[in-house]
Ligand binder design. Structure first.
Ligand code: SAM
Length: 239
């Protein structure tokens, strides 16, 4: 039986599926939030927020101020969504690429990223050179990324060869992600694990995106007969 996400249950399913861009962002975020300490008034970066439903959730659930940063989705589109959700006083849409962020060093109490960090953060220099600087000492980081249950010699599991494309080489194991941050000496890792039932978590998006966008996530999940696909949660505190 899949875990219940009680905070997410309060949100309209149509609103979620009109705006999600990958495996249920609110389930991933709710899972991550169990590993973070969020208090009203904290400044939170939602990195790669897409259409910003995670940013709305953070503001509504925890009373934090959110900088909803994305590349593919315009700030103007996101502002409309934040106004409609009644959180435009707490959630600020920002259009910026991950290597050209407009924030002062140490500005954020917390930086989170849902199904996005692997696009830029699998690069060894990104965390020490860019991302870690955004948060103040004692501040928190949290990511959820799609990945693998273990690393493979040739980079991908046999069963998934047919579906593998170059972008998927950013899929790694939890130990790989932990090492990437831990070796910098900048943070202490507070959690790093595979979510339970990753396919169940991924499935609603896989079905919806097949029907509505013609994506092949469903075939990809079905081809994973050895259960190598993971959804990885990692949190850390800046020393
Ligand atoms: C799969 S979508 C997930 C969006 C959202 N978090 C969600 O779960 O619905 C990945 C997001 O990462 C963002 N992204 C990818 N590469 C980026 C980059 N180089 N700089 C900033 N954002 C990036 C994209 O704009 C996109 O919205």
């Amino acid at each position: 039986m899949m875990k219940k996400y009680s905070r997410t249950a309060k949100y309209d399913n149509n609103w979620i599926s009109e705006n999600w861009m990958g495996p249920h962002p609110l389930w991933l975020l709710e899972e991550l939030c169990e590993r973070l300490e969020l208090e009203p008034g904290m400044k939170v970066l939602d990195m790669g927020c897409g259409k910003g439903i995670t940013s709305v959730f953070l503001a509504k659930e925890f009373g934090v101020t959110v900088f909803a940063n994305d590349l593919w989705i315009s700030a103007t589109d996101n502002l409309k969504r934040f106004e409609e959700a009644g959180v435009a006083d707490k959630v600020f849409p920002i259009h910026a690429e991950a290597h050209a962020l407009p924030y002062a060093e140490g500005f954020f109490d917390v930086a989170i990223s849902i199904d996005s960090y692997h696009y830029y953060g699998a690069d060894e220099s990104y965390f020490p050179g860019v991302y870690s600087k955004l948060v103040k000492p004692g501040g928190q980081f949290g990511i959820v990324v799609p990945g693998l249950t273990r690393e493979f010699e040739k980079g991908y599991p046999d069963t998934l060869e047919e579906y593998w494309d170059p972008e998927l080489f950013t899929f790694h194991s939890k130990d790989w992600w932990r090492h990437l941050w831990e070796k910098t000496g900048i943070v202490e890792i507070t959690a790093c694990y595979d979510m339970e039932d990753p396919k169940e978590v991924w499935l609603p998006w896989a079905k919806w995106s097949k029907e509505n966008l013609g994506f092949n996530d469903l075939e990809f999940l079905n081809a994973d007969t050895d259960n190598d696909i993971a959804l990885i949660v990692m949190s850390a505190i800046k020393k």
